[in-house]
Design a protein around this ligand. Structure first.
Ligand SMILES: [Zn+2]
Length: 171
């Protein structure tokens, strides 16, 4: 096998791709990866089109519907690592009174923060491994993830306005 030839083929392919991208597609920096809350497909959408309620290319459901997405052990990593927008996660449990009180506030916050951020929920009773992995000691706990890393955390129930204010101060 001739490595030099392989390198030439690779660079030619890259140039072709860049030409296509600059002529027909938006620049790479203008497009964002968004994980569908319904089917978990990774979509690519123009950043400036996010306000126009884009639909998932796979299941055709809206990528944003002003509602938090329930994450499981199977879908958590995809949403945290593949979304180019920050993901705000509410770690909660069905037996937790303050969590239930905060749930409608978190839904309201989703309407205010989308599409700048994705809001998600993790039921720590159904998904104890996720709660353990992130060392969730009290619930509700909000954790803000950006590019796969946790950048902020806040424990305790909050109003929709406080959730939005807290998230915006860290985005
Ligand atoms: Zn979808």
């Amino acid at each position: 096998m001739n490595l030099r030839d392989e390198g030439l083929i690779f660079s030619t392919a890259s140039l072709t791709w860049m030409e296509v991208a600059s002529n027909k597609e938006p620049a790479v920096s203008d497009s964002l990866h968004l994980v569908c809350p319904h089917c978990n497909a990774v979509n690519r959408a123009r950043a400036q089109r996010l306000q126009e309620s884009p639909n998932c290319g796979k299941c055709h459901e809206p990528l944003f519907s002003a509602h938090p997405v329930a994450l499981t052990g199977a879908s958590f990593a995809t949403h945290i690592e593949r979304n180019d927008i920050p993901v705000l996660v509410d770690f909660w449990a069905p037996w937790c009174g303050p969590c239930k009180m905060m749930a409608p506030q978190f839904v309201q916050a989703a309407a205010m923060l989308e599409p700048r951020a994705r809001l998600a929920k993790v039921d720590t009773e159904a998904e104890p491994a996720l709660g353990a992995r992130y060392g969730i000691r009290s619930i509700p706990t909000l954790a803000l993830f950006k590019e796969g890393r946790e950048i902020a955390r806040q424990a305790g129930a909050m109003s929709a306005q406080d959730i939005v204010r807290w998230a915006e101060s860290r985005l």
